[in-house]
Design a binder for this molecule. Sequence first.
Ligand SMILES: C[S@@+](CC[C@H](N)C(=O)[O-])C[C@H]1O[C@@H](n2cnc3c(N)ncnc32)[C@H](O)[C@@H]1O
Length: 209
Amino acid sequence: MEESLKNFESLGLQNYKIEKADRINRVGDYFQSAIVPKLKSLNQKFFYLEIGSGHGHWLTSFASIKPNLLFIGIDLISKRVRKAESKKSSSNLSNLFFIKAEASEFIDSIPNGIHILSTFIMFPDPWPKKRHFKNRLIQNHFLTKLAKSSTINSRLYFRTDHKDYFDWTVKHFHSHSSWEIYEDAWPHDSGSYFQGKFEKNFTCCAKLL
Ligand SMILES: C[S@@+](CC[C@H](N)C(=O)[O-])C[C@H]1O[C@@H](n2cnc3c(N)ncnc32)[C@H](O)[C@@H]1O
């Protein structure tokens, strides 16, 4: 009985790994077929990334004023990605891509030679309960992974309405050997969908060493 449970669990783990690899390959293929050609046409090897781009308000606004740079927004929820896509279409932007992807998997799918110029995280899920802190996006291992795919001096901009998550993030920026806290103005001042819902927000920025 115990043996069959172990086999069942190991089969589950195997399936999970296969599905994860499929998702990463799919995004990698999309990079090669759609994003790499656009980067070439812009004569660029870098892009701006928004993690958790939701309905795409903010990134669409940012991309519209910088037509010579490339922007990618990722989100876990298909419906949000579709909404963001329709905003992109109405604004007729060819330098903007929205992709359904999980942040860590997305980073694994970035082709060699292409790097993140800066990353934006706005109003991420705060996971307020202590037992759920492990689900927060900002973790040491995530900062290490992001650092490896970012350009030197790349910035990571973070904004939240949740003071405890803000303090957590500042602490992680301080203690990580690849990032340092950096005083920098938020580079594009249009609000995100969630920003409109909260009276207060807290912002910080880290620079890659
Ligand atoms: C509270 S919403 C904020 C949306 C947008 N940034 C804004 O300010 O309006 C957080 C978004 O992050 C997405 N998200 C959460 N974890 C993610 C992850 N690991 N990778 C990609 N997206 C994620 C969620 O699906 C959700 O749409």
